[in-house]
Design a protein around this ligand. Structure first.
Ligand SMILES: NC(=O)c1ccc[n+]([C@@H]2O[C@H](COP(=O)([O-])OP(=O)(O)OC[C@H]3O[C@@H](n4cnc5c(N)ncnc54)[C@H](OP(=O)(O)O)[C@@H]3O)[C@@H](O)[C@H]2O)c1
Length: 333
């Protein structure tokens, strides 16, 4: 290992301005922990952007290196669980929030955060999923467990051209579901039509705050990335015994609802907390993603950037010019 490594660093300029750029840091800057990993790939998630903006719900101490996700090869290990040369990934842990993150050429983390990759999954592929994709996979798994008749039912995905939503669409299509999407960005339609879905723009959102407690049934299952009023209007349109999986809050945290969708249609509303899942469930979902859930369209849901280009990709993310996932290739010069 060299004495210096490159990493994205967010710095705070008092009182509350935040700037970020790729910097060279001494290796002594890395947290002292059990396993040192040479990072090959990272990715961008919604929370990474919040961290770059100094959102205190995500990161409070600066300078800071964001990056919820990383995949790479173990360089040194003080843990019996891992040895030099192991191919590993980190996602859905505190890394990148209150702990130095994966947008760096090296990370040093507790062994319990690392997942050994299945033989047939490469370091790039696992980062196409990362935290957003793993969360999407948990949501799809919840729909599979609930059990809906694919031949007659439709599934709705909101926020579908974002990271989580696009992986949800990819997996649902691969598993044979009839998928509809709501989009807030015109260009998102083209991206999603390429993934084989029908764009639905009108969610009947204007009816949300009316006295109507129910609206005509439209979907048997929903993966909702939006939250807020979007979730409120969806709940009124889920068909009998359907399921809504709440995963995100991009449209807001609060929503108003009524009991009729639950007691007259028997619908279920469940939430996903990806960070709260065990190492075992992460491992078993990765095995599924590397085998029976592997979609041939995976290459259509992401673009790759170099570490040197990550600041520009973050700006594009902020300006909502990104569709699907962004994978950061640490080795590309
Ligand atoms: N539950 C968990 O464990 C977990 C884990 C990871 C992430 N999350 C959450 O999931 C959400 C999405 O993360 P992500 O990485 O996929 O983010 P992202 O890539 O930014 O995607 C969010 C998408 O939501 C849509 N959108 C944006 N503003 C909207 C609005 N006001 N109303 C409706 N839709 C809107 C946009 O898609 P369209 O242009 O297609 O509409 C956007 O691409 C975030 O809230 C994140 O915190 C939760």
């Amino acid at each position: 290992m060299t004495e210096y490594y490159n990493a994205l660093v967010v710095e705070k300029k008092p009182p509350r301005e935040f700037a970020y750029r790729v910097k060279s840091l001494p290796v002594t800057h890395l947290p002292s922990s059990e396993v040192l990993v040479k990072v090959h790939y990272s990715s961008l998630n919604y929370k990474d952007i919040l961290s770059c903006q100094g959102n205190p719900a995500v990161t409070r101490r600066f300078p800071h290196t964001p990056g919820l996700d990383a995949s790479g090869v173990v360089e040194q290990s003080n843990s019996a669980l891992f040895k030099r040369g192991d191919r590993v990934a980190v996602f859905c842990t505190p890394m990148g929030m209150h702990y130095q993150g994966g947008l760096a050429e090296y990370i040093c983390v507790p062994a319990e955060w690392l997942i050994r990759l299945p033989e047939n999954m490469c370091l790039e592929e696992v980062m196409v999923y990362g935290t957003a994709g793993y969360t999407a996979a948990l949501a799809v798994e919840a729909i599979e467990k609930h059990g809906i008749d694919k031949s007659v039912s439709k599934v709705l995905v909101t926020g579908a051209s974002g990271g989580l939503g696009s992986i949800a669409v990819l997996l649902l299509k691969h598993l044979g579901y009839d998928v509809e999407v709501s989009v807030t960005r015109e260009n998102g339609k083209v991206f999603l039509e390429n993934l084989g879905v029908t764009a639905v723009v009108d969610l009947n959102a204007s009816d949300v705050k009316t006295t109507q407690n129910l609206l005509p049934s439209r979907w048997q299952a929903v993966i909702d990335v939006a939250g807020g009023d979007v979730l409120a209007c969806i709940l009124k349109q889920v068909s009998e015994n359907g399921i809504v999986v709440s995963t995100g809050l991009v449209a807001g945290t609060h929503f108003e609802t009524n009991v009729l969708p639950f007691i007259l249609r028997g619908i279920s509303l469940i939430g996903i907390n990806a960070e709260g899942t065990s190492v075992e469930s992460r491992k078993s979902l990765l095995i599924k993603l590397a085998s029976i859930w592997r979609s041939s369209a995976l290459c259509d849901v992401y673009k790759k950037v170099k570490l040197a280009g990550v600041s520009c990709a973050i700006e594009n993310f902020k300006e909502q010019n990104i569709y699907g996932r962004v994978v950061v290739d640490m080795e590309a010069k």
